[in-house]
Design a protein around this ligand. Structure first.
Ligand code: AMP
Ligand code: MG
Length: 334
């Protein structure tokens, strides 16, 4: 499973940067249960060091595999005293995104995600009675923002897997700029964040994985400046039983892995947190609702790749996308 994540992360950030005169420094770290990498063109040594230090710090805050992490303690004791300002800020912003997406994003699914075991080496279909029982403890409205801080209903537990990497990417980008690194790209397991521009002024080229064929990218996305490119897909963590693919993205209504026409959703916008939240939520919504949501919000772009290999994207990114297969069927919407 980890090897797959590593390959996916590498594929996603295939940067065709060899034309740049300044050689970047690259560094990889294993944190948040996936491989993370940085390619820095400025303040290179400090940037790589800071990248690792911040990721290890965030891992300590949100690692659900450690009973000592801040999130594990909050899940156990449900008292605001366990929350740092950073985690509180992530929770408050995430709750807002849960509401905006009509609950397609729901950060309280831990009782259900634990049953499926996608973070273990042996995920399996749980007993449906147990799923129903676990669902009774889920629902983002069971988290309360009060004057005393954040609290939760009994048995509610938070899983930040859908948002933490995007939030972390925003924090890292900010801190890198503060130490003078204004030219870098980071890849946090499916979450790519570009920072500033390349030293030679050429745009970043970020490869978007083809969910149906790991060997070639579906497209490359070209843009200068700060942008987050986040992909959620059923190819990332899954298992197959009786010919059915079960992936790690859960429908909060049924408690089962999402089954719809989509193979992956990539969201493009400046905020890593929003891109991470929306890529998961749009995957849950399915194509029709995802398009409706886009038409209402309009503050992001997307590329949806269907299981049949066809795709649909927002027209604003048409000129930035270089599709690998010239025969690819792709529709653009406004
Ligand atoms: P992502 O890879 O960003 O799409 O997030 C998927 C991860 O978030 C899963 O591994 C779960 O830990 C968690 N998750 C699964 N389904 C949902 C959902 N509907 N809302 C919020 N988090 C979810
Ligand atoms: Mg996400």
């Amino acid at each position: 499973m980890r090897k797959r994540c590593f390959v996916a992360a590498l594929c996603l950030v295939l940067l065709f940067s060899s034309c740049s005169a300044i050689e970047p420094k690259q560094h990889s770290v294993f944190a948040m249960d996936t491989y993370m990498s940085i390619t820095a063109y400025e303040s290179k040594d400090e940037a790589c060091e800071l990248f690792e230090q911040l990721l290890l710090e965030y891992n300590k805050l949100w690692d659900l595999d450690s009973s000592d992490s801040e999130l594990s303690k909050f899940n156990q004791y449900r008292h605001p005293v366990y929350l740092s300002p950073m985690t509180s800020s992530l929770l408050v912003q995430s709750l807002d995104l849960c509401e905006k997406t009509g609950g397609a994003l729901d950060i309280t699914l831990l009782p259900v995600t634990e049953l499926w075991g996608f973070r273990t080496d042996a995920p399996a279909i749980p007993d449906s009675g147990k799923i129903q029982q676990a669902l009774l403890c889920c629902g983002y409205e069971r988290i309360h923002l009060t004057e005393k801080g954040i609290s939760m209903d009994p048995n509610t537990k938070i899983d930040l897997g859908a948002v933490a990497k995007g939030f972390a990417a925003d924090q890292i980008a900010e801190q890198l700029k503060q130490i003078g690194c204004n030219s870098a790209v980071i890849s946090l397991g499916g979450n790519v964040r570009t920072i500033g521009t390349k030293p030679d002024g050429s745009p970043w080229n970020v490869a978007i994985q083809n969910p149906l064929d790991e060997s070639t990218p579906f497209a490359t996305y070209r843009q200068s400046g700060d942008v987050s490119i986040v992909t959620s897909g059923s190819y990332q963590r899954n298992f197959i039983e009786n010919g059915v693919l079960y992936s790690h993205i859960i429908d909060p209504v049924s408690g089962f892995p999402v089954q719809n026409e989509l193979a992956s959703v990539t969201v493009f916008c400046e905020s890593g947190l929003v891109a991470d939240a929306y890529s998961t939520a749009l995957f849950v919504m399915g194509e029709e609702k995802a398009i409706e949501f886009y038409k209402k919000e309009k503050n992001f772009d997307f590329l949806l790749i269907r299981k049949d290999g066809t795709a649909i994207a927002t027209s604003a990114i048409k000129d930035r996308l270089a599709i690998s297969d010239p025969n690819q069927i792709i529709t653009y919407i406004d």
